[in-house]
Design a protein around this ligand. Structure first.
Ligand code: AP5
Length: 217
């Protein structure tokens, strides 16, 4: 089953994607993770995307569509589930491109799950977030701290990081970009009969159950 997780920054897309990967053998394709890998690579392209991400703006459609096309091209189909598109598409042009990429491979988009969270909660979530630099597990200072301070619960790494764009200024810009360029996708996928809306304000496990239910419907 191929699905899109749609939602504002901090809505819980990455958190729910990891649950779906573990439980359903799906493959997570996160353009945010791919761009962070590019920025850490030290290349010219990495330097360019770093500046855009830190400012809370969207990277060009051409770059992110290229990243997704590469991943789909490299896929050998040796996994049980389908793809979870996390943070992609974010513009109407990206949505059209994804439709064409899936069609070209004979793949079907099952559903688009919108995680809906109000802006106030997003600020708290994003400013309290940290992740494991080794395995990618996502934590939060208050709602999901590590069991042992400074140590990842999953892999034991001490490499816990905060994102450069997880501050109130950058988040304000990311939200503006979301409402201007990404939220039109809600209507786009509703018109295609693919949209499922989930209340993302509930605790993580409750959101997971609601996502499962939405995917069955
Ligand atoms: P990206 O990495 O995609 O960031 P984002 O969309 O801003 O989303 P986040 O990763 O911030 O949040 P999330 O929804 O995954 O929430 P999470 O599960 O971590 O993109 C970063 C940048 O890259 C963009 O700004 C842009 O520059 C560029 N980019 C990426 N894709 C692009 C594209 N397609 N086109 C152009 N540019 C692109 O949860 C957040 C926190 O909340 C965590 O601490 C978590 O523990 C906590 N939490 C999660 N769920 C709950 C819950 N139910 N209750 C309480 N706490 C919760």
């Amino acid at each position: 089953m191929n699905i899109i997780l749609l939602g504002a920054p901090g809505a819980g897309k990455g958190t729910q994607a990891r649950v779906l990967v573990d439980g359903n053998g799906m493959v997570q394709l996160s353009t945010g993770d791919m761009l962070r890998a590019a920025r850490n690579s030290g290349t010219e392209m990495g330097r360019r995307v770093a500046a855009i991400m830190d400012a809370g703006k969207l990277v060009t459609d051409e770059v992110v569509i290229g990243l997704i096309a590469e991943q789909l091209e490299a896929d050998h189909g040796d996994h049980d589930g389908g793809f979870i598109f996390d943070g992609f598409p974010r513009t109407l042009a990206q949505a059209d491109a994804l439709g064409a990429l899936l069609d070209a491979r004979g793949l079907h988009l099952a559903a688009v799950v919108e995680l809906r969270v109000d802006d106030e909660a997003l600020v708290e979530r994003v400013t309290g977030r940290f992740t494991c630099g080794n395995c990618g597990e996502v934590y939060h200072d208050i709602t999901r701290p590590t069991k042992v301070e400074g140590t990842c619960d999953v892999c034991g790494s001490h490499d816990l990081k905060r994102r450069a764009d997880d501050n109130a200024d950058s988040l304000r810009q990311r939200l503006l970009e979301y409402y201007k360029k990404t939220s039109p996708l809600i209507g786009y996928y509703h018109a295609k009969g693919k949209l499922r809306v989930v209340d993302g304000l509930q605790p993580v496990a409750t959101v997971t159950k609601a996502v499962d239910l939405a995917l069955q419907g």
